[in-house]
Design a protein around this ligand. Structure first.
Ligand code: PGA
Length: 253
């Protein structure tokens, strides 16, 4: 079966001291024998520190974004090769906050996905609908569009080395989680869509759920057959909460 994954998206939170305390506490509390993958996504400037602290440990490190270009005159940007160079193994692409506040469109997200793969990083492609889109019954159309843009650019083959994350925008940071059934419905829609092109990739692809995942709701979300773990924002800033979410994923492996 697919191995569960728990990913902590710290967003623009933390400081050297706070990160060190959080990671030290996590390293002590996360059990080495849990058969799950765990990754944290600190802000860019703290990636090197996190990699050094977590060396040889069971927690991997990823970036929250990546530039689609491989290098050159792009002030303020960070390339996939640079992320790989400092020891990252993952990067988020297309998080809804990037799409919304930085106007990232599907085509750019698809190029970022390709740049990550090319550098040997595992991209975590985020897709999800807004509340208006859900209420207008556009959920499937929106996430299909977001997914298809990546498939059109890179082919379905990229998903053999990628992770997908369903993050309904209305559930992010709102305390309003999708019900396990709502999450399952979208996850199985996404898997079926990949399956149309490649059954094997679809079977192995991990699809994480994100949007107000907490210790109190993780177990029921992760019990759904197509939910392969969580992309956790707010709750990943508390070692105790994050540890409990990981424990819930370890039970359903
Ligand atoms: P949240 O964020 O868990 O705070 O809702 C999830 C995310 O944006 O990845």
């Amino acid at each position: 079966m697919r191995r569960q994954m728990v990913a902590g998206n710290w967003k623009m939170h933390g400081s050297r001291a706070a990160n060190q305390a959080l990671l030290a506490e996590l390293e002590m509390s996360l059990k080495a024998e849990w058969p799950i993958d765990i990754v944290v996504f600190p802000p860019y400037v703290y990636l090197g520190d996190a990699v050094r602290m977590l060396e040889d440990g069971r927690i991997a490190v990823g970036a929250q974004d990546v530039c689609a270009e491989s290098g050159g005159a792009f002030t303020g940007q960070v390339s996939a090769h640079m992320l790989k160079d400092v020891g990252c193994s993952f990067c988020l692409v297309g998080h809804s906050e990037r799409r919304r506040w930085y106007h990232e469109e599907d085509a750019l997200v698809a190029r970022k996905f390709a740049a990550a793969l090319e550098a040997g990083l595992t991209p975590v492609l985020c897709v999800g609908e807004t509340l208006d889109e859900r209420e207008a019954k556009q959920t499937e159309a929106v996430i299909a569009r977001q997914l298809d843009a990546v498939i059109a650019t890179h082919g379905v083959g990229g998903f053999a080395r990628a992770i997908l994350a369903y993050e309904p925008v209305w559930a992010i940071g709102t305390g309003r989680t999708a019900s396990p059934e709502q999450a399952q419905a979208v996850h199985s829609f996404l898997r079926d869509r990949i399956h149309l092109q490649d059954a094997k990739i679809a079977r192995h692809l991990r699809i994480l759920y994100g949007g107000s995942v907490k210790a109190g709701n993780a177990a029921e979300l992760f019990s759904m057959p197509d939910v392969d773990g969580g992309l956790v924002g707010g709750a990943s800033l508390s070692a105790e909460e994050f540890q409990q979410i990981c424990a819930a994923a370890a039970v359903r492996h």
